[in-house]
Ligand binder design. Structure first.
Ligand code: RTP
Ligand code: MG
Length: 137
């Protein structure tokens, strides 16, 4: 089942020089392809759309502030079961609970600064791709 997913390398990953490390893990999965990629500082309007499900939660405002604090990398990745697959590579939201070998488990400590976002379903992926890459929607 070929799918596509929206991946963000969060500002902490970019600041810490982990772009290559993280993209390398994604690229090495057999048959997965990056079909769009851009380094950009995300504006609050984009982030409000992206994180609309979290609006009103205590972590929402600091999350939007963090996500706009510096450049991020936005990508579309396509391939076999890529939605579930990138979530597996990323690991659970809390990096301390994430297993070693996962991106968050290997590099993260703080829940908010957990390095990577990946769409949580095929439906979310289509919604999020429209937000970050409107011409690819
Ligand atoms: P993501 O959407 O970024 O791929 O991560 P996720 O599904 O694993 O986590 P989600 O529950 O959707 O939360 C989105 C992002 O908000 C930050 N967060 N902070 N308690 C907190 O301080 C808290 N909880 C969540 C994280 O950056 C999380 O990835
Ligand atoms: Mg999420």
């Amino acid at each position: 089942m070929t799918q596509r997913t929206l991946v963000l390398l969060k500002p902490d990953a970019v600041r810490r020089g982990l772009i290559g490390e993280i993209i390398g893990r994604i690229e090495r999965k057999a048959g997965w392809r990056i079909t769009a990629l851009e380094l950009r500082t995300l504006d609050t309007e984009t982030l409000e759309q992206h994180y609309s499900e979290h609006k009103g939660k205590p972590f929402y405002e600091p999350l939007v502030e963090f996500m706009s604090s510096g450049p991020a990398v936005a990508m579309i990745v396509e391939g076999e079961r890529v939605v579930e697959g990138v979530r597996t590579l990323a690991g659970p939201t809390d990096p301390i609970a994430a297993p070693p070998g996962s991106i968050r488990g290997d590099y993260g400590v703080i829940v908010r600064e957990n390095l990577i976002h990946a769409s949580d379903s095929a439906e979310s992926a289509e919604r999020e791709i429209k937000i970050f890459f409107p011409d690819r929607g």
